[in-house]
Design a protein around this ligand. Structure first.
Ligand SMILES: [Zn+2]
Length: 240
């Protein structure tokens, strides 16, 4: 719950994708350790943003509720390495972790205040990194890096929020007639492409320069569903 918007919860969507290469998580949200033994970074931000103290919200617990064990998740694709997107990494220690090389390097040597949001606890177990840095495709005109999955998935560099921040585009052909691409824009988009709580100058400072282009893109492409890294739901929707 945000103390600034007390009627709303802001949550971080975690996507689970079935591929021919196994189950893929796109971002992890907070992990068990963030709820049970929060590090100074997490304690600092939780004072600010009011993170719920409910480990049942961790991806690993929610997946167990669906009958999926941590070892069933073969790959994790990360938009960036901030603690609220990568905190669940230690809960899936065997997964291959796909991230942009610039983001990995930013975590190793943070340069700006926004890059202080990396939590060393998230990577203390030495994840099985798969680093990507060569755009080898175009996706709707965006420079894209094809990820090794079927259905198609692309890492879309959207640098700005952090040095190596990326979006992730996921083919979702099963919902034909409905939007059939998901585009997780993560922290390059404020809460929602259509509903925006924050002014443009603040967006530019905190989440980078891509908001106007992404809003135009969302309006022009109803077949693509854009997600943000932090979306809003009414308090009644989530367990407290
Ligand atoms: Zn972030």
């Amino acid at each position: 719950m945000s103390p600034w918007f007390p009627r709303w919860h802001i949550y971080a969507p975690v996507l689970l994708v079935e591929t021919e290469q196994g189950l893929v998580l796109v971002d992890t949200g907070l992990g068990l350790h963030d709820y049970e033994r929060p590090s100074p970074v997490v304690r600092f931000f939780s004072a600010d943003f009011g993170i719920l103290k409910n480990p049942g919200l961790a991806a690993v617990r929610q997946l167990e509720g669906l009958g999926i064990q941590p070892g069933d998740v073969s790959h994790i694709v990360l938009t960036h390495l901030h603690f609220d997107h990568a905190g669940g990494l230690p809960d899936f220690p065997q997964a291959q972790v796909h991230v942009h090389r610039r983001e990995y390097e930013a975590m190793r040597r943070p340069r700006s205040w926004i890059e202080l949001g990396y939590d060393p606890q998230d990577v203390a177990h030495a994840p099985r990194w798969v680093l990507h840095d060569q755009p080898d495709a175009k996706w709707y005109g965006f420079e894209a890096i094809r990820l090794p999955f079927t259905p198609e998935m692309f890492l879309i560099p959207l640098f700005g929020h952090t040095r190596g921040h990326c979006g992730v585009a996921i083919w979702d052909g099963k919902t034909s007639g409905e939007p059939h691409w998901l585009f997780q824009c993560a922290d390059s988009l404020p809460t929602d492409a259509a509903f925006d709580l924050t002014p443009a100058w603040l967006n530019r400072l905190v989440i980078g320069p891509h908001v106007p282009r992404l809003k135009e893109f969302a309006a022009a492409h109803p077949e693509v569903r854009l997600l943000a890294g932090h979306m809003t739901v009414r308090r009644t929707v989530l367990p407290g």
